[in-house]
Design a protein around this ligand. Structure first.
Ligand SMILES: Cc1cc2nc3c(=O)[nH]c(=O)nc-3n(C[C@H](O)[C@H](O)[C@H](O)COP(=O)(O)OP(=O)(O)OC[C@H]3O[C@@H](n4cnc5c(N)ncnc54)[C@H](O)[C@@H]3O)c2cc1C
Length: 389
């Protein structure tokens, strides 16, 4: 007899792990399958920030920012060894696209949306060299600073997976979905190594692979047309003086942040089409990031030989007329039946808001199978050392 589950989650990124944690803690018999290892996809390739996203204020997406900031506070409390509050510095030059008063107004709004938990200030000129040593001072008009949070994305994802496992979720790495067929009652699922299982609910949380995976599912599920936009980071052989929020050479946002004692610089936005598994930074992306770094730190310029590592992840964005920079970062949940779903697919989203999105998924699942117990993931601590309950 094939093993039967209430919920099968495909994909061991932050969304799959978050959904599996909430499901298992609610008492559903849950299994998660991941074709590689936990956090091997985009959830280890991000800028590793837990934030509302200052730049989404420009899109006037106040809901996204508000939710992100609220989730940031929950994660700071739930995972103190994985998420830390940090000061972020914004240097403003005579040539900056956004003047200091405009950034100041944005920081005030960010502070309000965070319920006063994102303090901000103007760094006095006499402290510029001490705060950001090596920063280009030519035509520098101001340095603004605000509070946000940072994490280790892969470690956070693994901590959520460990929490799911502690509630009884079966987690199978190196286990790919081969095919799934709904027979009207239940999903009959074949895994790549030949194992057959059944599940009442199927969750497609495969990030950039979401539409590829849905091709193996019958009846063919509803799909959202999407654009995959690659974001690259370079790890530079330089000590990073702090978390720095800058404009890149083309006026988009670029971060320099400390990472493993060095500087992580990024990101970029390059639309890609091929297999999500085969992405790597392009020559243009590399020279764009290096050019921006060298513009801000002209006294210790980096060459290609100073690149000691690269990260490359894929944003899942809705197909739109606008560029990737202005496309919505909100998560879209698609299901086969709004009133009694048996299949739910997760599109897009942010690392920061995974817990809230998992809550939304569990509310949908409860329409089909009532949760054995009511839980609140805001009360479940997370730790790099494993579950602490
Ligand atoms: C460059 C970049 C920077 C970002 N920075 C931030 C940031 O600073 N803060 C923030 O909040 N968000 C950030 N994000 C967004 C965030 O990283 C993503 O939204 C999130 O990591 C996506 O997680 P996921 O679980 O949906 O997908 P993934 O992490 O990609 O997980 C999907 C998993 O599914 C698996 N899979 C695929 N097919 C199958 C199959 N057939 N069977 C089994 N498993 C399968 C894959 O191996 C993969 O591990 C960033 C994104 C990018 C691209």
């Amino acid at each position: 007899m094939p093993e039967s589950y209430d919920i099968l989650v495909i994909g061991g990124g932050i969304h799959g792990c978050g959904i599996a944690q909430h499901a298992a803690a609610s008492g559903y018999k849950t299994r998660l399958i991941e074709m590689n290892t936990i956090a091997s996809g985009t959830s280890s390739q991000s800028t590793k920030l837990i934030h509302g996203g200052l730049r989404y204020l420009e899109q006037v997406n106040l809901k996204l920012v508000y939710e992100g900031l609220a989730e940031r506070e929950h994660l700071l409390r739930l995972a103190p060894d994985l998420v830390s509050r940090e000061w972020f510095y914004i240097p403003v030059y005579a040539s900056s696209k956004r003047p200091a008063w405009m950034i100041g107004a944005g920081l005030l709004l960010y502070w309000l949306l965070s319920g006063g938990r994102s303090r901000f200030k103007r760094v006095p000129q006499r402290l510029w060299s001490a705060v950001l040593p090596g920063l280009n001072k030519k035509d520098l008009k101001a340095i603004l600073a605000y509070e946000d949070a940072a994490t280790d994305d892969a470690a956070l994802t693994r901590a959520v997976a460990a929490s799911a496992s502690s509630f009884g979720c079966v987690i199978s790495e190196h286990t790919k979905l081969e095919k799934a067929k709904h027979d009207g009652e239940i999903w009959r699922v074949t895994l790549a190594h030949g194992e057959e299982i059944t599940t009442k609910i199927l969750i497609n949380a495969t990030g950039a692979w979401v539409n590829r995976v849905s091709k193996h599912i019958k009846p063919a599920p509803l799909q959202q047309s999407l654009r995959l936009v690659q974001g690259s980071h370079l790890m530079l052989n330089r000590t990073c003086p702090g978390f720095i929020y800058t404009e890149s050479l083309d006026g988009r946002v670029m971060f320099f942040r400390p990472w493993q004692g060095k500087t992580l610089a990024g990101t970029t936005e390059t639309t890609v089409t091929g297999n999500p598994a085969n992405i790597k930074p392009t020559a243009d992306e590399i020279s764009h990031i290096l050019g921006t770094y060298n513009h801000y730190f002209p006294d210790s310029p980096c060459r290609k030989t100073d690149i000691i590592g690269t990260y490359c992840g894929l944003r899942v964005l809705p197909e739109s007329e606008n560029g990737a920079f202005s496309a919505s970062r909100e998560t879209v949940l698609l299901c086969d039946d709004e009133t009694e779903p048996s299949y739910i697919a997760v599109y897009g989203g942010k690392l920061t808001t995974y817990r809230k999105e998992s809550e939304r998924v569990l509310k949908l699942i409860a329409k089909s199978i009532k949760a054995p117990r009511k839980i609140d993931t805001k009360q479940i601590p997370l730790s790099a050392a494993g579950p602490t309950m």
